[in-house]
Ligand binder design. Structure first.
Ligand SMILES: [Zn+2]
Length: 76
């Protein structure tokens, strides 16, 4: 099992963690609500975990364009 992070806006791959590091409690998943977990975390057929996060580029774009989040649904 491994954990893969990707930006939920531009789909840039932000890195992966191997199975040794893949402890959901260490990663803070338990602090997310169930709803957030459903939105952010997906499990694939191999049992790998895919986590949607936001990359620095998109974070900056959102910070500079406060209205940008309105278009989020178009980007997904
Ligand atoms: Zn991005």
């Amino acid at each position: 099992m491994a954990i893969h992070y990707q930006c939920r806006h531009c789909r840039t791959k932000l890195g992966s963690l191997s199975d040794r590091a893949a402890d959901s409690e260490q990663l803070g998943f338990h602090s997310l609500t169930e709803d957030e977990q459903h939105k952010m975390i997906r499990y694939d057929t191999k049992g790998d975990i895919h986590v949607d996060v936001i990359c620095e580029d998109c974070e900056q774009t959102l910070a500079e364009n406060p209205d940008y989040h309105q278009y989020e649904s178009f980007l997904q």
